[in-house]
Write a protein that binds this ligand. Sequence first.
Ligand code: FAD
Length: 500
Amino acid sequence: MTSYDVVIIGAGNAALTSALAARENGASVLILEKAPEHEKGGNSYFTAGGFRFCYDNVEDVATDVLTDLSPAERDQIVLPKHDRQVFYDALMKVTKHQANEEMAWRLIDNSRPTMVWLRNHGIRFIPMFGRQSFMVDGKHHFYGGVNIEAVGGGSGLVEAEIRRALQIGCEIRYDTAATRLIQDKNKKITGLEISSPDGIETINARSIVLACGGFESNPEMRARYLGPGWDLARVRGTKHNMGDGIKMAIDIGARAYGNWSGCHSVGWDISAPEYGDYEVLDNFQKHSYPWGIMVNTDGNRFVDEGEDLRNHTYVKFGREIMKQPNRTAIQIFDQKTIPLLRDEYRIRQVTKVSGNTIAELAQELEINVSALTKTIDEFNAACKPGNFNPSILDGVATTGLNPNKTNWALPVDEPPFEAFITTTGVTFTFGGLKVDEKGSVLDNNNRSISGLFAAGELVGGLFYENYPGGSGLMAGAVYGKIAGENAASHAIGNSKDTSH
Ligand SMILES: Cc1cc2nc3c(=O)[nH]c(=O)nc-3n(C[C@H](O)[C@H](O)[C@H](O)COP(=O)(O)OP(=O)(O)OC[C@H]3O[C@@H](n4cnc5c(N)ncnc54)[C@H](O)[C@@H]3O)c2cc1C
């Protein structure tokens, strides 16, 4: 029998930040990761490493997060203010004000201090030049609120967090899944059962942090909670997030909370494999649809591609693609905007066709020629002159269509045309457990389950129907740090109150 102050379940960003916080608060820490080492890092590994947090401008953020930027680099960057109100408005706008208010402010107000804390743990950050800025008048103009990424993206983030966790004395066991939580007769957590290639084992723990992801990798739970057809969707990241943490907690009376029928999903290359690919990572996504049009296999448009910045629409459009015939969406671009397409459009593993005319393109796509031609003719006729500017909501819109395109509406009329074929890729699920201000898991009577904490994807209450880009890693880190601190404090009887 082995004993630890704190056992952390999972080894993604939320788990690793919990581990850092628990260890620096004096606890002995064991991290359990179900995946083998070569599949480590959960969904966090597959990310771009983009974080959404509060700052005023580049000078401000260079003081404590972007500490590696030279003055010359700073001069080249225009970073719009992203303060607490901007963050709050983005979250509430996309979730239609359904995000839990207290949880939202906890995320927002702890976002900057948590970034600084990560930086102090040796995690390095850089501006996201490639995906979140455009050159305007010789400067990089950033937009959309996800402007800073970890060096090396998600894999760089996870590697740096693991390195640091080991350096400060945390232990990690790979290939080891938590299978059951153990309580005493007072319902206090005393340990857990684990399963590894060596068999089943019991570990004593004073505190446990559940940070083992949602149920996105589990087709049975996807169909049950997200709805019919979701069992067939591709999964963008890890195959290991099967809802284990949520189920283990609910089995001992934890309260289900949040948007259980909702998930983060996006337009994803139709030829992508069933689960994430460790080489291609997030490059199966196709996120430049605002610069073109999207049609279904009947040749009809079905969303306002320019409704908002891509960071505010890419997630809800994943669900819209699920509703289309064959769960398929085709993004079409002409020569005016092809140079603006993100890097992910230029990878070798891309499902793409080209044509010198729309009819040729439709034939290549094996969809109805006259339907696609009619859609594009009507779209082009509905475009109005304006100043196209990809770094702002430029108001260059169509009129008289259903749906209209309300920004960046340029006619699709400069051949050769290119079409990229996508389906829905599920990122993570929104439903999960309810936690209090200390990250402690609540039961069905809203009482905290003594010794049980949670962070990351499996916490419900922040994201509903949609999601503002860059919030998953930030929420994982903010809530991971809180859970780790309080798990340590609970375990070693430290009276320091670390609620935020
Ligand atoms: C392709 C892609 C791109 C993304 N890009 C971004 C981005 O740029 N910015 C952003 O903010 N978010 C992004 N996200 C979302 C982001 O990945 C998640 O919000 C975040 O990483 C979740 O972190 P987590 O620690 O909760 O879960 P994970 O990182 O998934 O970690 C959970 C871990 O738990 C392990 N586990 C599961 N069950 C058990 C068990 N029973 N016992 C032990 N271990 C277990 C899993 O193996 C996994 O390692 C992206 C996601 C994907 C898939």
